[in-house]
Design a protein around this ligand. Structure first.
Ligand code: SF4
Length: 263
């Protein structure tokens, strides 16, 4: 990371903290519950997905019960989360896969403990393990690692992606999946959770998709979208940083080349 890149990122980080405060993560160290909750959160609001999760665990006392229930029953329980049939199948697929993995290693504990070992592994290894599960993409894996296990891997949702592009942190053609990789190379671990939460707050409150409120934005002086900074100087470079917590994929072009939703 060059001095210029670091200074821009640091100013963005500091301005967000000054505007929204420094949020603290409260991990529950329940990666199985977190994984199911993240699947339920895809393509819906937090309120709807939380309601669906609550109904799911109230209907089925254990994850084994969810796994073995008729899929339509699971779908009925999570109806409020939207895309119920798709998510029900996805949840059961993941639970079946976790069951098989437990059997392979002779783990006879309840399914709720199937991912407990992740908290004793390095983020890179935990990331790999989650990505092997059916339907688990970069964002879902990052959500579980960051929210549930307090690991420094930043999920890139639509708000994080949009605001980061406008600020000139990532290029206009860098996808959200690719952005996981880029942020993993650059963010100090202690910045990951606060930056994630504050970029989402900013995206929801100020830097809206259709009508960003630039005239009242505290990041105006750091924004490429309004021309305050030159993206050629602010784009996070794709050279590997030593503290990347996730396995790095082949280098993407920063301004060209090569999505809790869609994995
Ligand atoms: S100045 Fe406008 S585009 Fe830039 S971050 Fe603020 S609201 Fe978003």
């Amino acid at each position: 990371m060059t001095i210029t890149l670091s200074a821009h990122l640091a100013r963005v980080y500091d301005l967000l903290i000054a505007t929204y405060g420094e949020p603290q993560n409260e991990p529950d160290y329940d990666p199985v519950g977190g994984l199911i909750g993240t699947i339920l959160s895809q393509h819906t609001s937090d309120i709807n997905s939380e309601r669906a999760y609550k109904q799911l665990v109230e209907t089925f006392p254990t994850w084994e019960d969810v796994r073995d229930a008729p899929t339509y029953k699971v779908a009925e329980a999570i109806l409020s989360g939207g895309l119920a049939n798709i998510k029900a199948r996805r949840i059961q697929d993941v639970l079946h896969e976790l069951t098989e993995l437990q059997a392979q290693r002779g783990d006879t504990r309840p399914l709720a403990h199937a991912l407990d070992e992740l908290s004793h592994t390095q983020p890179e290894e935990a990331w790999r393990s989650l990505r092997k599960l059916p339907g688990v993409g970069p964002k879902t894996a990052a959500c579980v690692l960051m929210f549930n296990l307090d690991m420094p891997v930043m999920p890139v949702d639509t708000h994080v992606h949009r605001v980061s592009q406008r600020l000139g942190l990532i290029g206009p053609k860098v996808s959200a999946d690719q952005a996981h990789d880029i942020f993993a190379r650059h963010l100090p671990p202690e910045w990951v959770y606060p930056l994630h939460v504050n970029l989402i707050r900013h995206g929801r409150l100020v830097c809206n998709a259709q009508r960003p409120k630039c005239e009242q934005c505290t990041l105006y002086s750091e924004c490429a979208f309004v021309g305050s900074v030159d993206v050629q100087e602010t784009l996070l470079s794709v050279e590997q940083c030593s503290h990347s917590p996730i396995p790095l994929s082949p280098v993407y072009p920063a301004s060209g080349g090569a999505p809790r939703s869609g994995g």
